[in-house]
Design a protein around this ligand. Structure first.
Ligand code: GLN
Length: 268
């Protein structure tokens, strides 16, 4: 079996180690004898929906999103939407997740149109409150920064978040899971991420997949299923992954975060 992985904007959108998600998929496939071809899809490159099985995109600052949003919609949009509608898997993290919604309003109040794969929109907290980001403290006061723990069906996902954007899911869309610790989509409704077909949007950085092997295998299976039908993945020895996961979850749940005070979420 062979899996084609499309890595969107590797040179622009890969904050907080998100490239590690690519390495995780590649290794977890190769350890099982599944061949992986990684296609770097940078600005100007089209997405061939008949060729790509799994799309990965990472995070970036507002300035990075400004650099790629036109290309994402005009050059890659049609291919990505068709691939996802036909069952390709996708994992879009933070800035990537935000641009796969309908739009992202930046801290400066500029509206960047998105792909509309996720029925959601995002507004930077500074644009909501009119906060000027001219000091470290003011910039920090509008961001969710720290460990993020999410209940995902029978499993718990863990990662790191750092975003000013607040994402609001619209009626028809389905969250990835329920927030157990951290901000998640918007620190108001208790939900994190969004799922459409086999595409997952999330605020889980870190990178997320090394510490969440079940999520990594879920994406690999969905990607292979489209091309090969019902396939099974041989179990891997995930002792180090599970140890890292469990330790980070325990730490995150043991210490609720400082930033809640900054956001005036009523923590004394
Ligand atoms: N620029 C976006 C925000 O601040 C995304 C940040 C990120 O990808 N870490 O919300």
């Amino acid at each position: 079996m062979k899996l084609v992985l499309g890595y969107l904007y590797p040179s622009v959108m890969s904050q907080y180690g998100d490239r590690g998600n690519v390495l995780t998929v590649v290794n977890r496939c190769r350890w099982r004898g599944i061949d992986v071809e990684v296609e770097d899809l940078d600005v100007g490159d089209r997405v061939d929906p008949d060729c790509v099985d799994l799309l990965l995109v990472g995070g970036g600052a507002d300035a990075h999103q400004r650099l790629v949003h036109e290309d994402l919609v005009a050059v890659k949009g049609e291919g990505i939407r068709r691939a996802v509608d036909e069952g390709a898997a996708a994992f879009a993290v933070c800035a990537g997740y935000q641009l796969w919604g309908h739009y992202y309003r930046t801290a400066a109040g500029e509206e960047l149109p998105g792909l509309g794969v996720f029925d959601a929109h995002t507004v930077h907290r500074a644009a909501q409150t009119g906060t000027r980001l001219d000091t470290i403290a003011s910039a920090g006061s509008v961001r969710a920064v720290g460990n993020l723990v999410v209940e995902w069906g029978a499993h718990v996902l863990v990662g790191f978040e750092n975003h000013g954007g607040r994402t609001y899911l619209h009626g028809g869309s389905c969250p990835l899971g329920r927030v157990l610790a951290g901000g998640g989509n918007n620190s108001e409704d208790g939900w994190e991420g969004c799922v459409y077909n086999n595409a997952i949007g999330t605020y889980l950085h870190g990178p997320a997949l090394p510490k969440n092997p079940k999520l990594a295998d879920h994406l690999i299976l969905a990607a292979l299923h489209r091309r090969y039908g019902n396939v099974r993945l041989d179990p891997l020895d995930d002792v180090p992954e599970t140890a890292a996961h469990d330790r980070t979850v325990a730490r995150a749940l043991a210490r609720p975060r400082r930033w809640l005070r900054l956001w005036g979420q009523g923590v004394a």
